[in-house]
Design a protein around this ligand. Structure first.
Ligand code: NAD
Length: 344
């Protein structure tokens, strides 16, 4: 149990590209400190030592997990290592924040959740977009049914690199989009179909095109690639009464709400001229909602600390991580079977 007034001590495993962001956030927070950084690469530990000489370092997690003053473990290592490290942390009685995706197999993800639940430990997955102000705002719009009945979502996440070897582009990139879609729609996909191509490393898809089918006929199309010339983080949501776009590359104005729809008139009478076709389209205002700027990772770290302090369940708890893994596994399975539709 955390003691009021005392800093919560954390071990961060993995200090590669992403780990330092977690170290910074937890070490600078007023209620936590990073006690240990573990990385099997000596050069990464040397960088940590130059920036944070007071943090203990090790190549293996053994000593940190045995340290009774450490209450929580944050895992930012390659995805294939998540399960073993998280299971060891939970078995040692530590709360755990695991980077996305939580594991590479559904059974492993569910085992971690059961392990945490049995011991009353907080298990959270780093679905960082659930802490993004614009994503939260869209959730509010959808909860208020501002767009009417939802038709489909189109999600594009491309860039040139970083290229992974341990997982394909779906596990690396679509993990974010599946988490966002599940959160917005308050549901998990029922089926998935996908096709992908691997050109850089044999058997590891660099670009993937997937469809997910959610309850109530909502369709989600995902396009992810780390082999693309432009960095695009773009989502379109199309509903019966309105539409919206989210552009994560536009920091000051990420959202656009479109008062656009195809009206009922379309189904009345024959559309045989340009003029009559135009009357069936409602082309109203475009609103740019004000979105508070925040560092989503900071909000994610604060949420983890708050859940430990209060014993509450994270909005991106282990089970939501397992749900994302189930969808990603179905995408993989579909790709292995020529793009056939798989039950999630
Ligand atoms: N939330 C986000 O937006 C976001 C962004 C980037 C990465 N990530 C996630 O963070 C994780 C790490 O990604 P990255 O880009 O930092 O990878 P990375 O390869 O740059 O860094 C991983 C680090 O882990 C170390 N490592 C590997 N296996 C280890 C082990 N068994 N024990 C100790 N250290 C070990 C490596 O030496 C390396 O320094 C991945 O799961 C990735 O999906 C999330």
């Amino acid at each position: 149990m955390s003691v009021p007034g005392r800093l919560l001590r954390i071990a961060v495993i993995g200090a590669g590209h992403w780990g330092p962001n977690l170290i910074r956030n937890f070490h600078n927070h007023q209620t936590s400190e990073v006690a240990w950084v573990i990385d099997r690469d000596e050069s990464r530990l040397a960088l940590v030592r130059s920036r944070y000489p007071d943090i203990q370092r090790a190549a293996h997690p053994g000593a940190a997990l045995a340290d009774p003053t450490v209450e929580a473990v944050v895992i930012a290592t390659p995805t294939v290592t998540h399960y073993d490290l998280a299971a060891a942390a939970l078995r040692a009685g530590k709360h755990a924040l695991i980077e996305k995706p939580i594991a590479t197999r559904v059974a492993d993800a569910e085992e971690l959740c059961a392990l945490a639940d049995r011991q009353g430990l907080v298990l959270m997955v780093g679905h960082v977009f659930l802490f993004n102000s614009a994503i939260r705002k869209v959730k509010q719009y959808l909860d208020e049914v501002r767009l009417g009945r939802l038709f489909y979502l189109s999600m594009v996440r491309t860039n040139l690199g970083p290229i992974r070897m341990d997982v394909n582009a779906a596990w690396d990139l679509a993990a974010h989009d599946v988490a966002i879609a599940n959160y917005w729609l308050q549901a998990n996909p029922e089926s998935a179909a996908a096709q992908g191509g691997s050109w850089i490393n044999t058997g590891v898809e660099d670009a993937i095109f997937a469809n997910l089918w959610y309850p109530n006929g909502v369709m989600v199309h995902l396009q992810v690639s780390w082999l693309s010339p432009r960095k695009v983080r773009d989502i379109t949501v199309v509903g019966e009464k309105g539409m919206l776009t989210f552009d994560d590359m536009n920091l000051s104005e990420p959202l656009r709400l479109y008062d656009k729809q195809v009206t009922e008139q379309r189904s009345t009478g024959l559309i045989d001229t340009f003029a009559s076709f135009r009357t069936s389209i409602r082309d109203g205002d475009i609103v740019i909602p004000k979105v508070a700027s925040n560092e989503p990772l900071r909000a994610e770290c604060e949420h983890f600390l708050e859940c430990i302090a209060t014993g509450s369940r994270p909005i991106s708890d282990g089970w939501s991580g397992a749900a994302a893994v189930r969808a990603l596994a179905a995408i993989d399975s579909s790709m292995r079977h020529g793009g056939r539709r798989e039950t999630v």
